[in-house]
Structures are given as structure tokens and as C-alpha cells.
Design a protein around this ligand. Structure first.
Ligand code: SF4
Length: 346
């Protein structure tokens, strides 16, 4: 897999795959995501040539991307019995690789969502509609412990929707981080910021933080993230850099809400200028959010060319600002499953 092939896979996003191929790997495939725009959708990880991608799976014989076990396509259905698969794109072989084991949500991490509900109502996000529950601290501790005992755990990442208030989620995360430092692993946290969330999480033992801007197009932000305050998020990010340091503060930035490339470029420059690494994330049009299209008629998943162009642009900007996306140890940048990550993929 090269960056262009990964861009195609991200742009398409979902594949047809035989349930049997995943069920034989049941322990290796994470359940539906419980956080953010991908929540509620089953997925698996595909690794090839040093690159990793997360793909949603469904049964759809007319899908543009089809995954088959290697040997099956040549042997008329006889399977080879290992993890190696081939992905066909519009009927032609695109890439070969293997299904990658995940621990909790992604490979080598315990990436845990605390509250699976949200009082905010960003219109691209299914979490407010899913209305999930909030895990107890004991439950989270047990999950991390189970992952730790596999011997494959490299990082702990914590995220959360907002069950009652941002402050309550920060306190929940702070208490857990204090507890989880006993594993002596890097811990990262992604929450909605509060005035003192960065200093409290840093003092608790977190080494990295992510506050999402979602979009840097202010007009679109006002429509899709009406409960959030972009200026407050940006000020919190700047404050976080002074506390966690450069290369340790990140922000999800959705591509596909109808923003122009120029807005993305200016947004990347703004974030890098304050020492923040943007994570350019392809919009996921979720069936639970048909309302997004009425609020953002131009919303569409970006194509491979756009994803590749913007990722390469981001790399140039990070280089110009002396930032490195391959320093991070927690959350999405080391995972790389959903994005073309500068310094790792491009
Ligand atoms: S890139 Fe982030 S959201 Fe995507 S699978 Fe990895 S950890 Fe999860």
C-alpha cells in the first residue's frame, strides 16, 4: 500500500467482506466504535507495506471495494486459512495485505470512550443519537488490565462524549489518568476543554491532549457545531501547547463539510502556527445524521486526490513550523487508521 492506495481506501471508507473472514478473527476485530463520527459502525484494520487503514465492513456485493482471502479468488472459493487478504477496487486488484489485530478500538492501544452520549449536538456526529451509557471507573480499569495482560499494549487513550457537562468529563478523565499511570505507559486524552483541563490532565499524568476544532470554516462551524465555541477551543489548544509542549497537542479537523481547500490550508497554518498538529479526518456521512445534508448541502466524503493533496500540504506546513506528527505516542497519530498522517504516511 502506498499513500495513493491508502487515500483511495479512506475515500471509499467501506468494503464488502465475508462475515466468515471476520468471524474467524473475531477476537482481533474491534466492535463498533463508540466515539465520534464513526460511532456505531463495525470496522477492521488492514495493514500493507507499513501503512495501516481502518475500513468499515458490510455485506454489499455491489461495493466498490471487495475484500477476499488470498487464494480464494484463484481457487474458486477455497480459502487459504490465514490473515492475508486482497482488496479489489472496481473489479481490479488494488492491494494485498493482512487483517491487523486490534486491542481496544485500535492496534496496540486501549482507546476507551468514557461517556458514550453527548449533550452537544454536532450535526455530523451520531453519538447524541446513539445515547449510549457511561462506563464506570472499575469497568475502564478492567478493560485496561485485560489489554495490558496481552503484552501488546503500547498506549492508553481516553476520550469521552459529554454526559452532563464538560467539567464532569474532565474530572472523570483526571481521576482515571491518575489511576492508570501505574501501567507506566503513555496516556493521551481527548475531551472538550475547560478552563483548567490541560493543567489538571497534565498534573494527573497525561502526556498528550486532543481538543477538536472539527472545522476551521467559521461559517460552517456555526451551523454544525452550534454548542461549541471555536475561539475557546483555539485558546485552549494554545494553552495546552504551553503545558504539554509542541508535538503533544492535536485537533481533529473534518474534511468534507463543504469547506474550501483554501479554508483548510489557512486552518492548518493557524493551528501549526500555535504548535498544534491538525488531524485531517475525512467526513463520515452517518445514516443517523441525515440532518447534516440539510444544514450543509455540500457535505460529501472527500475523494482520494483531495485527501492526498491536503495531507501533503499539511506535511509541508508542519515541516515549516518544525512540528513532527510521528513523535506522538497516543490516540490517532500513531494509530494512523483513519487518516493520511504526515511523516508516517506522507
Ligand atoms: S485513527 Fe483514531 S479514530 Fe481512527 S481507528 Fe485509529 S484511534 Fe480510532
Amino acid at each position: 500500500m502506498d499513500p495513493r492506495i491508502k487515500a483511495i481506501l479512506i475515500a471509499e471508507g467501506s468494503v464488502d467482506i465475508e462475515p466468515e473472514l471476520l468471524s474467524t478473527k473475531k477476537a482481533l476485530v474491534p466492535g463498533p466504535s463508540t466515539a465520534g463520527p464513526g460511532a456505531g459502525v463495525g470496522s477492521f484494520f488492514f495493514r500493507s507495506g507499513g501503512h495501516l487503514v481502518r475500513l468499515e465492513h458490510r455485506r454489499d456485493p455491489d461495493a466498490t471495494l471487495i475484500v477476499r482471502r488470498i487464494g480464494e479468488e484463484a481457487a474458486g472459493g477455497d480459502v487459504s486459512g490465514d490473515d492475508d487478504v486482497v482488496i479489489f477496487y472496481k473489479g481490479r486488484e488494488l492491494v494485498r495485505g493482512r487483517i491487523e489485530p486490534a486491542l481496544i478500538h485500535c492496534p496496540e492501544q486501549a482507546y476507551i470512550t468514557l461517556s458514550e452520549s453527548c449533550i452537544f449536538d454536532c450535526t455530523f456526529c451520531p453519538v447524541p443519537k446513539l445515547g449510549g451509557r457511561t462506563k464506570t471507573a472499575d469497568e475502564v480499569r478492567r478493560m485496561v488490565d485485560d489489554a495490558y495482560r496481552t503484552g501488546n499494549l503500547r498506549a492508553i487513550s481516553i476520550t469521552s462524549g459529554i454526559e452532563h457537562s464538560p467539567g464532569e468529563e474532565v474530572t472523570r478523565a483526571v481521576d482515571l489518568v491518575k489511576d492508570l499511570t501505574k501501567y507506566n505507559l503513555p496516556i493521551g486524552v481527548s475531551v472538550y476543554p475547560t478552563e483548567d483541563s490541560s493543567i489538571r490532565l497534565k498534573e494527573a499524568g497525561a502526556i498528550e491532549i486532543k481538543y477538536n476544532v472539527e472545522t476551521m470554516d467559521r461559517e460552517i462551524f456555526g451551523r454544525v457545531c452550534a454548542d461549541m465555541d471555536l475561539d475557546f477551543v483555539l485558546a485552549s489548544l494554545e494553552d495546552a501547547v504551553s503545558i504539554f509542549g509542541r508535538n503533544r497537542v492535536f485537533a481533529n479537523f473534518i474534511i468534507g463539510l463543504g469547506e474550501s481547500d483554501r479554508t483548510v490550508r489557512e486552518g492548518v497554518e493557524t493551528l501549526a502556527g500555535i504548535g498544534v498538529i491538525p488531524i485531517l479526518r475525512a467526513l463520515n456521512l452517518h445514516p443517523l445524521r441525515p440532518d447534516l445534508k440539510s444544514i450543509c448541502p455540500d457535505a460529501a466524503r472527500p475523494d482520494a486526490d483531495r485527501l492526498l493533496r491536503l495531507a501533503r500540504f499539511e506535511r509541508e506546513v508542519l515541516d515549516a513550523h518544525g512540528l513532527r506528527a510521528d513523535v506522538s505516542e497516543t490516540m490517532c497519530l500513531p494509530c494512523t487508521g483513519c487518516d493520511l498522517v504526515p511523516h508516517r504516511d506522507v
